[in-house]
Design a protein around this ligand. Structure first.
Ligand SMILES: C[S@@+](CC[C@H](N)C(=O)[O-])C[C@H]1O[C@@H](n2cnc3c(N)ncnc32)[C@H](O)[C@@H]1O
Length: 405
């Protein structure tokens, strides 16, 4: 398969249903470098019979669909490493297993597969043993946080084949020596590869035997809140308390008791837990697009004896909740889409709150004061009042206007 064939495949990929914009694309040079490097690996590359490929952190399907296209091309005899015997039915190699933390990424992969006419060959897995057991090759888009890399490296070393080769790639500007150190804790050999187009791969092999139980989710008692906070590696703020969230929580006593309250973009579920504890008569939903976040929020609810009151839901912008279902929504909005700072992610959640709030219901939100969310809150929810401001953040309460207004 020629270089430009892979690029032409990538150019047909979209980010839908994630936020789409001219400056946001569905693949990057790291995807291509990972696939090229995987094909060239002597004896362990994914075109070799017996190779079991697992992919972690595929953003919108470029790695999975690229790997399948390369396999198909090699079985048609147009590519493949010297000496490899093609495996037309994938019987020896098995399906490509893939895990994506964010539900929009999972959906984008299926959507892109449909657009390209790919009907099988891959299976989507939650993070863990099912994804990784017996894998001989793991392709990994390096995550932003070292904690997420720690959790991923630990799981690969724990569950994969002893001969596994891990190719962990990232944009050079987002990579740090701390990443090598994390990989070295779990693998006997870690070799940085040559950079290409501002991306680089760390190759790891010889997994060290795992000692003790899997370390995540981590549970930490937050004495300021009197709450046990549980966090998987990929979750926003880890076991810590974000300073915006801390400011929003100052207004907890002024928030109305709700029949149904939603912690939108719940992360570890701190807001849901603090609200639920103060309002024992309220039903609370904690929802996030990230699997690591909902696992963490579920663990936080259980650790604090609030799991009967809090329902945890992985979902994109409350798409599964009916219109008018909530009378209070609490939100510390994201300001990143992947690695890019982009207001679209926050605005999408504000718009969703307008749909899910019942008339007269309220959205309480905290944001960096320079973000000027008020016009959007006014337009998408209704009358918005500032309830607090400190040198950095503003907290507002917006009341959902009724349909006839
Ligand atoms: C700033 S963090 C706040 C996390 C948590 N509420 C806290 O206060 O620590 C924003 C959260 O929104 C989530 N998020 C972003 N876009 C989302 C979407 N479309 N649907 C659901 N959650 C989303 C992110 O995964 C992240 O956990």
């Amino acid at each position: 398969m020629a270089d430009n064939d892979l690029e032409s495949l990538f150019s047909r990929l979209g980010r839908f249903p994630d936020v789409e914009a001219a400056n946001l694309q569905a693949w990057d040079a790291t995807d291509k470098l990972l696939l090229d490097t995987a094909v060239e690996l002597p004896a362990t590359g994914f075109l070799h019979p017996g190779s079991r490929l697992a992919i972690v952190g595929d953003r919108y399907g470029a790695l999975t669909l690229g790997a399948l296209a390369l396999r198909a091309a090699s079985t048609a005899g147009t590519a493949g490493p010297a000496g490899a015997t093609p495996d037309p039915a994938n019987t020896l190699t098995g399906p490509v297993r893939v895990h994506q933390d964010v539900i929009t990424g999972e959906r984008a992969l299926r959507h892109n597969a449909g657009r390209l006419g790919v009907t099988g060959g891959f299976e989507q897995f939650p993070f863990g043993a099912g994804l990784l057991s017996g894998a001989t090759l793991v392709l990994l888009q390096l995550p932003k946080s070292l904690a997420e890399l720690e959790e991923t490296a630990d799981a690969i070393a724990r569950h994969s084949h002893p001969d596994v080769v891990v190719l962990a790639g990232g944009r050079v500007k987002h990579m740090s020596l701390g990443m090598n150190a994390v990989l070295e804790r779990h693998f006997g050999e870690v070799q940085p590869q040559r950079a290409r187009q501002k991306s680089r791969i760390l190759l790891a092999r010889r997994p060290r035997p795992a000692t003790g139980a899997a370390p995540f989710p981590i549970a930490v008692d937050n004495t300021e809140l009197g709450l046990t906070v549980c966090a998987r590696g990929a979750v926003f703020a880890g076991t810590g308390l974000d300073i915006g969230t801390r400011f929003l929580l100052e207004f907890l006593p002024r928030m109305p008791p709700a029949r149904h309250a939603v912690d939108l973009g719940c992360g570890t579920g701190i807001i849901a837990a603090m609200y639920a504890r103060r309002n024992p008569g309220s039903r609370v939903t904690a929802t996030d697009q990230s699997a690591a976040a909902v696992d963490s929020a579920r663990a936080t609810a259980e650790a604090n004896g609030l799991d009967a009151q809090i329902t945890v839901l992985q979902d994109d912008a409350m798409g599964l909740l009916p219109a008018g279902d909530a009378d209070l929504i609490l939100l510390n909005p994201p300001f990143h889409v992947g690695a890019a700072v982009h207001a679209g992610a926050g605005l999408k959640l504000i718009e969703a709150a307008g749909r899910v709030l019942a008339p007269g219901g309220e959205l309480w939100t905290v944001f960096n004061s320079h973000l000027h969310y008020q016009p959007a809150l006014q337009r998408l929810i209704g009358p918005t009042r500032e309830v607090g401001r400190n040198p950095k953040f503003t907290v507002t309460a917006s009341t959902r206007k009724s349909a006839e207004l």
